[in-house]
Design a protein around this ligand. Structure first.
Ligand code: AMP
Ligand code: ZN
Length: 445
């Protein structure tokens, strides 16, 4: 069945056609590992995971590459601030990032490529650009000449008139400053011990060249899908296209798929506003990472999502309710093809997960439907919400003690005490049911 994806290059939903039948190559801009990933970053990686799972569901084989930006302006600044070596800083945050992915049921990339381990590939690419006349040497680095690449503005739909003649050394800049950008930055004192002594000069790479070199190394000069959040469209992805296509003379990427931003009620998440949350902060407040995953699936991946704890509470309750209903549903070993078809239509229509969730709820509420469990099992391959996993909850020792005391009271036929103990247990958020197999303890919602 055809998969439609919104392609930023064409600004419409395109029917996906792979370069090699049944296979896709995906490149995702990974995190800049100078600090913790926040839940906004993680929204982007969940969307990316859904994209992969939809292709897996459709029977594709995936080669997924994600980079770790472990050298750039921000990482160097970070290592100075924490007064540790660059590698020490980036390894620490890379490890925490990968743990977050695990917690969120995000399937790991096949290849994780660190920028610092691909300096040679970047240098080779810069040499090609120098040779072809797209790059030039200035006193503080080697720059890409934006005006030489005629399609420079095609992804971000930039106006030609705006393209300036000056240079910019910083990795990040806004649309008002379309200038020649740095491919290689010559060493300055501020870089400390972060440099590579190479035949194009002593220095370090710019951020943009990292992704061009690593994606083409693993996926070829032209590959299927490149992802990131929408903020990367300019300058990062615009510059990736310019560098890669100038060097190879071939189309770099067929489908550019960008996710929407996660914002807070008061606008951007920013350290100065004190509203930046990590996954761990949510866990400390009693939410499970999958509550957050559920929340992100309730909004289409391209739409902005405004985060609030009210929304997260709703997501948590919905997920809990889903699991409760599923827990009470019998597995009759069948599948419901009608619902699966509806589900496939939704996920293949530019990953419409809010609609896919609505179909799941409809299935559960449909008293006539059969084959619910096996159908949900298949759907959950895409949702990744562990819908069929029985909750592994541990009874806290204080609750277990009260349960034992109550059993004892019941044996002694002291029903007054037994009821009092039941109330105490209830106040702690647990409920007990006396079944023929013995007493069952569960959490109240
Ligand atoms: P960074 O670590 O800053 O390079 O960002 C990692 C990824 O997170 C990139 O794809 C960014 O575009 C994305 N990103 C950054 N902030 C947000 C946000 N608030 N919401 C969604 N994605 C974001
Ligand atoms: Zn990138």
């Amino acid at each position: 069945m055809a998969i439609k994806l919104y392609n930023t290059l064409t600004r419409k939903k395109d029917i996906f056609k792979p370069i090699i039948n049944g296979h896709i190559g995906i490149y995702t801009c990974g995190p800049t590992v100078y600090s913790y990933a926040h839940i906004g970053n993680l929204r982007t990686y969940i969307f990316n995971d859904i994209l992969k799972r939809v292709f897996l569901y459709n029977g594709y084989k995936i080669k997924h590459v994600m980079n770790m930006t472990d050298v750039d302006d921000k990482t160097i600044k970070g290592s100075k601030k924490e007064n540790i070596r660059l590698k020490e800083l980036t390894s620490k945050y890379e490890k925490i990032f990968l743990e977050d992915l695990d917690d969120l049921n995000i399937i790991k990339p096949n290849i994780i490529s660190r920028a610092t381990e691909h300096i040679n590939e970047m240098i080779e690419l810069i040499k090609v650009l120098l040779k072809k006349g797209y790059a030039y040497k200035a006193d503080d680095g080697i720059y890409f000449s934006v005006s030489k690449f005629k399609d420079y503005g095609k992804l971000a739909k930039l106006e030609k008139a705006k393209i300036g003649k000056s240079r910019i050394k910083n990795d990040e800049y806004d649309k008002e400053s379309i200038q020649d950008f740095a491919l290689w930055k010559f060493w300055t004192e501020g870089d400390g011990d972060v440099f590579w002594d190479t035949d194009i000069g002593k220095g370090r790479p710019g951020w943009h060249i990292e992704c061009s070199a690593m994606s083409m190394k693993y996926l070829g000069n032209t590959f299927d899908i490149h992802t990131g959040a929408i903020d990367l469209m300019f300058p990062h992805h615009t510059n990736e296209i310019a560098q890669s296509e100038a060097a190879t003379g071939k189309k770099f990427v067929n489908y550019w798929v960008h996710g929407g931003f996660l914002t807070m009620k008061d606008g951007k998440m920013s350290k100065s506003l004190g509203n930046v949350y990590r996954l761990n902060n949510l866990k400390e407040k009693g939410y499970s990472p999958l509550d957050y995953r559920y929340l992100t699936l309730t909004t289409h991946y391209r739409s902005p999502l405004i985060f609030s704890f009210d929304n997260l509470d709703n997501a948590k309750n919905s997920l809990q309710r889903l699991k409760n209903i599923i827990g009470e549903t019998k597995d009759d070993g069948k599948k419901d093809e009608k619902y699966l078809k509806e589900f496939e239509n939704a996920i293949n229509d530019d990953l419409d997960m809010p609609n896919a969730l609505a179909i799941l709820w409809k299935l559960l509420r449909d008293e006539k439907a059969q084959g619910k469990i096996k159908t949900i099992e298949k759907m959950d391959k895409v949702f990744g919400l562990d819908l069929l996993l029985k909750e592994k909850f541990e009874i806290p020792s204080e609750v277990q003690k009260l349960v034992d005391e109550r059993e004892d009271a019941r044996r002694k036929k002291d029903f007054k005490k037994s009821d009092e103990l039941r109330d105490k247990i209830k106040n702690l958020g647990y409920k007990i049911d006396d079944t023929k197999d013995g007493v069952k303890v569960s959490k109240t919602n």
